[in-house]
Design a protein. Sequence first.
Length: 153
Amino acid sequence: MGTHRKTISLLAAGILAGVVLAVLTAAGYHYAGSTEFCASCHSMGDAHREWQHSMHKSFACIECHMPDAGAFTRFTYKAKAGLLDFYHESLRDYPAAISLSEEGRKIAEGNCLRCHRATVENTFMIRQPPGNCTACHRDLVHGQGIPTGRAVP
């Protein structure tokens, strides 16, 4: 009977550890998608300040900068982008003017069209290369100034 009780105790401890790990992972993933988390990086100070004064301030960073896809795709993209950002943030080697990667630009512009398709679908803009919103509207949300990399107070 002692062995049976130990097995049940180990199984219960394993299940409890799994549940705690899952809850912590979900909470971390959710927090890592918050605007407060994005703004906590030294290099995002200017981008965050400009966003606070934009017409898009009611939208979290991930609504523009994460793919509009399933959970697995979003999770893997967030992990890849987050590790890359962590690497550059740790080395403090971001350029003075941060710009989107080609993949990041496609994601952001796809999200522009997700919200604004009805606005542009009957105009010349929809005939531009698909998702070429930032060609004219690059500074709409994050302003025109060159980021200084100052931390958010």
